[in-house]
Design a protein around this ligand. Structure first.
Ligand code: ADP
Length: 241
């Protein structure tokens, strides 16, 4: 799904979290949001998801104005840094939960549910873990369960907020490959927040650099790294030459 964000602003009290943000994301793109802490990245994800209403501006999903559409009607999946899996539920039940809360879709019967859960677990190669509990899995495996659960809503848009932040380098690497692979396979449109520039460089089709609620630069990783558009971007990306 194409996402078009027009002149978006969001304030919290006196604090301006987003100001005059314009951004077009093409269907199938994997876009990374970079920028210092507090620069508005998470707020943008929350606005795209419908968890925050913007003060000004519009969000288009394809050619539909989705600005005021409730979150449950947006076909948006979420993955956060701290896997929000239910600890008392098995992997199967966690993913099934995702299927049972789907908006505007009648609840699947028991057999259909089981077959869909297994399909999703197969996608993240965790069919063998269906009857395990999250505590019996590694961090990377748990995050793959979270991904399967997010995909259960058959999202058109996947939003990821520092999804691999809490994991060690090797697992992060594995999950990055996973995300890119899933992305290529199902043709999702994804937006992810990361503090890891290498991660953005490696997997994103385009990178957006935020500074104090505004966009400093948008471009392919190569464009942004090789030709920083502003002194802020240059310094933020840590160039010393
Ligand atoms: P980032 O993801 O780039 O770190 P955020 O979008 O999370 O930045 O936050 C931008 C700023 O908006 C932060 O300084 C935060 O304190 C503020 N903020 C975010 N959500 C709320 C809220 N619900 N109420 C008040 N302030 C908020």
């Amino acid at each position: 799904m194409n996402i078009s964000i027009e002149n978006l602003s969001k304030r919290f009290g006196n604090f301006t979290a987003l100001e005059g943000v314009n951004l077009s994301i093409k269907s199938g793109e994997l876009v990374a949001l970079l920028g210092p802490s507090g620069s508005g990245k998470t707020t943008l994800l929350r606005v795209i998801a419908g968890l925050e209403t913007p003060d000004t501006g519009l969000i288009w999903f394809d050619d539909e104005d989705a600005t005021l559409r409730p979150p449950g009607e947006r076909r948006v999946g979420f993955v956060f840094q701290h896997y929000a899996l239910f600890r008392h539920m098995t992997v199967f039940e966690n993913v099934a939960f995702g299927l049972q809360v789907r908006p505007r879709v009648s609840r699947p019967g028991k057999r259909e549910l089981a077959s869909r859960v297994h399909e999703l677990l197969r996608l993240v190669q965790l069919e063998w873990a269906a009857q395990r509990y999250p505590s019996q899995l590694s961090g990377g495996q748990r995050q793959r369960v979270a991904l399967a659960r997010a995909l259960a809503v058959e999202p058109k848009v996947l939003l990821l907020d520092e999804p691999f932040g809490a994991l060690d380098a090797k697992v992060r690497e594995e999950l990055r490959r996973w995300l890119r692979k899933l992305h290529d396979e199902i043709g999702l449109t994804s937006v992810f927040v990361t503090h890891d520039q290498e991660e953005a460089l490696e997997i994103a089709h385009r990178v957006v650099v935020f500074n104090r609620g505004r966009i400093e630069q948008v471009g392919t990783p190569e464009e942004v790294y090789d030709h920083p558009a502003t002194p802020f971007v240059y310094h933020f990306l840590g160039r010393s030459n």
